[in-house]
Design a protein around this ligand. Structure first.
Ligand code: NDP
Length: 240
């Protein structure tokens, strides 16, 4: 059944692939982004998907943004919490700003985005909440104490929220991608990236589309029995 899907960070990388795949699956898709207007305009021109700008770390901005989307497009039935950032560095050198930016964008965002939609989903008796966590939230990653903590927090959020809403037709799941070829990974030092790829049994980086198809399944009516789960899509790099 076609529904309204909102994808945060939907204008680039994994989020853009998720938007396109949900659109191909017949859903009415809306993408949010933070500030890269050029990428957002290009994405909108290519896909026809409407784009909305707000900071997922800001609760009031999320509540206002979601109200606007719901007024203009319709009630959000599928929420994909995808927006995320890294601010890497060893913990003994990490600044409070690096810590806070990552927790805010990758973890606080789950409250900020999900709280405004959950009551509507409960009232309508249907909802799909999908969180893009990370392999590094499962295994930990040196140089990413902030990111590993936030992404592990995402998984706890999913498990608890799934229990609270399972009897209301709402599923809540996490996907933990391994290393996927996007701007985020392109920002890694070349040598570090080579070492990472050498540790992936499939022998390559993942593609954004390979994450997107997992989202399409979880968002579908056939995904109704999957809830509170963590879906690893990582080329065999980590088998938790
Ligand atoms: P990209 O850096 O390619 O894209 C990030 C997207 O998130 C952009 O659309 C960006 O908007 C948006 N965004 C960033 N900060 C905010 C904010 N504060 N408010 C609203 N939107 C924001 O990231 P990826 O596609 O690589 O990653 C997507 C998700 O997948 C993230 O949660 C990431 O942690 C996770 N992930 C990625 C992996 C990878 O290998 N790439 C591996 C595991 C997990 P704008 O364009 O305006 O900046």
């Amino acid at each position: 059944m076609a529904r309204v899907a909102l994808v945060t960070g939907g204008t680039r990388g994994i989020g853009a692939a998720i938007c396109k795949a949900l659109q191909e699956a017949g859903h009415t898709v809306v993408a949010s982004y933070a500030g890269n207007d050029e990428a957002a305009a290009k994405f909108k021109a290519e896909t026809g998907i409407p784009v909305y700008k707000w900071d997922v770390g800001d609760y009031d901005a999320c509540a206002a943004g979601i109200a606007k989307v719901e007024a203009e497009v319709g009630p959000v039935d599928i929420l994909v919490n995808n927006a995320g950032i890294t601010r890497d560095g060893f913990f003994h050198k990490m600044t409070k700003d690096q810590w806070s930016a990552v927790i805010r964008t990758n973890l606080d965002s789950l409250f900020n985005m999900t709280r405004p939609v959950i009551e509507g989903m409960r009232g309508r008796g249907f909802g799909r909440i999908i969180v893009i966590s990370s392999i590094n939230g499962q295994k930990g990653q040196m140089g990413q104490v902030n990111y590993s903590a936030a992404k592990a927090g995402d998984i706890g959020f999913v498990k608890a929220l799934a229990q609270e809403n399972a009897n209301k037709g709402i599923t809540v799941n996490a996907i933990t991608p391994g290393y996927i070829g996007t701007d985020m990974v392109a920002a890694m030092p070349e040598e570090a990236l080579k070492r990472v790829v050498a540790g992936i049994p499939v022998g390559r980086l993942g593609k954004p589309e390979e994450i997107a198809q997992t989202v399409v399944f979880l968002a579908s009516d056939n995904g109704a029995f999957a809830t509170g789960a963590t879906f690893a899509v990582n080329g065999g790099q980590y088998m938790a």
